[in-house]
Write a protein that binds this ligand. Structure first.
Ligand SMILES: *Cc1c(COP(=O)(O)O)cnc(C)c1O
Length: 436
């Protein structure tokens, strides 16, 4: 499969180049030159397949012969080694739990697959790959744990001091091996600015083979399609074959992958995009005007994105046809106050504790179902992170209901190490050069 840039469809690169470049020079995003529609035999019998089998079939159709079947299978079995169950909370309302991977967030799917694909394409004797990643919390943990121990790679994570939760910080700072954490005395935007400047710095690019591991990488998008097919497979086993997916959205990679799955033939009735106060897309779906805004800080901070990068991919999937897009996707946006109410209601009514991102998706699904009474249709909202990653959000009586996974206790026992730096680029650059 070749990949074009959303800014230039005449540009064509191999999968390997698309993965290592992350972004085309023209600042578009990579998209597959054609989107294969999966065969009916597979789609009608999804309930017969396991998650790794589904993942392999989907990936092979998307990638063609870029990675030979045996190697692709090995990559998938190594990367997607945890489960993604749907849990019925009330009749026809399901939560798709995507937080059973090592970093307890759905970003594990993308980060683990991408790290293994990168490692696969790195030839023996090639220069070590240096991944630079700025994180506001979840991305860094998934990337760190995705690359941990992957040969010929090294990850440097920049995170804002005092602005990530305790568990998130432990996930960034206790890895050792080929992972190092830099605690920046600034905001997430400062971290991102440092990383961006590093990519344009001549001396650093001469010294290191730098790559970013951000959410726009096509190798992060592809594995996120797997769990949509797999969720549908689980529904089929329960005798339901109509589904609405509701996705808590920030950069719109997650829902973008769902739409890609739909394009590949997954029979989804409707998508709901749920956001916090950063409502650029829900506003667009209402007014038809796409107006990016500066991001505002909320309780669901992994979705604090005012100008979602993956939106151009979604527009591209629909060939810029806004009418079709609006028929398939509805948007809802909620305030922090509504988010807290949603957490309470979900805890009270269904005895289920959801992280703030997930709670927004639950609320949006509820609202959608009230307005469109699809009785024979199941609604699945995606749970993007384990609630224990956001302890400060919950009242004590809700917090005490959270089952803290064993990985967390393990983290507490490990030694934590981070290097503290200011927001000064020269200081950051010196650190990188001195610690080559
Ligand atoms: C990254 C993240 C999101 C947003 O996903 P996008 O693909 O950027 O839309 C939602 N919830 C959590 C917990 C996240 O970490």
């Amino acid at each position: 499969m070749k990949f074009y840039s959303t800014n230039n469809k005449d540009l064509r690169v191999d999968f390997k180049d698309a993965v290592f470049n992350s972004m085309p020079q023209d600042k578009g995003l990579y998209m597959p030159e054609s989107i294969p529609v999966l065969d009916d035999k597979f789609l009608n019998n999804l309930d017969q397949y396991t998650l790794p089998e589904i993942a392999f079939h989907v990936a092979q159709n998307l990638l063609g012969d870029d990675i030979p079947a045996v190697d692709l299978k090995a990559i998938i079995h190594d990367a997607i080694n945890f489960y993604a169950p749907i849990v019925e909370l009330e009749k026809n309302v399901y939560v798709l739990e995507l937080f059973h991977g090592p970093s307890l967030a759905f970003k594990d799917f993308g980060a683990r697959f991408m790290s293994r694909v990168m490692s696969y394409f790195l030839k023996e004797g090639e220069k070590q790959l240096d991944v630079l990643v700025a994180t506001s919390g979840d991305t860094g943990g998934a990337v760190a744990l995705g690359f941990l121990g992957v040969p010929n790679t090294r990850v440097t994570i920049l995170y804002p001091k005092g602005k990530v939760s305790h568990i998130q910080e432990l996930q960034l700072t206790t890895n050792g091996q080929n992972i190092r954490a830099l605690e920046i005395d600034g905001t997430f935007d400062d971290c991102q600015a440092l990383v961006k400047q590093a990519f344009t710095d001549v001396e650093l690019n001469e010294s290191f083979r730098l790559t970013s591991a951000n959410s726009i990488n096509i190798a992060r998008l592809i594995p996120q399609t797997f769990y949509y097919f797999n969720a549908y497979a689980q529904l089929l086993r329960k005798g339901v074959n109509k589904v609405v997916f509701c996705v808590p959205s920030g950069n719109f990679g997650n829902i973008g992958a769902g739409l890609l799955a739909w394009k590949m033939g997954l029979p989804v009735v409707h998508f709901v995009a749920a956001t916090n106060a950063n409502d650029t897309v829900p506003a667009f779906l209402k007014t038809g005007v796409y107006e990016p805004k500066p991001s505002v800080a909320t309780l669901s901070n992994a979705m604090d994105v005012g100008n979602p990068s993956n939106w151009v991919r979604i527009a591209d999937l629909f060939d810029q046809d806004v009418d079709t897009l609006k028929e398939l996707i509805t948007g809802y946006a909620y305030t922090d106050e509504e988010t807290l109410q949603a957490i309470e209601q979900l805890s009270k009514n269904d005895n289920y504790v959801a992280c703030p991102h997930t709670a927004i998706a639950w609320k949006a699904l509820k609202e959608y179902r009230q307005q469109n009474s699809p009785e024979d249709t199941a609604g699945i909202f995606l749970s993007t992170a384990h609630p224990c990653k956001f302890p400060d959000v919950f009242k004590p009586e809700i917090a005490e209901k959270i089952d803290v996974p064993s990985q967390v206790a393990e983290l507490e026992k490990k030694e934590s190490h981070a290097v503290s730096l200011s927001t000064d680029f020269e200081e950051f650059k010196r650190y990188l050069l001195d610690n080559a």
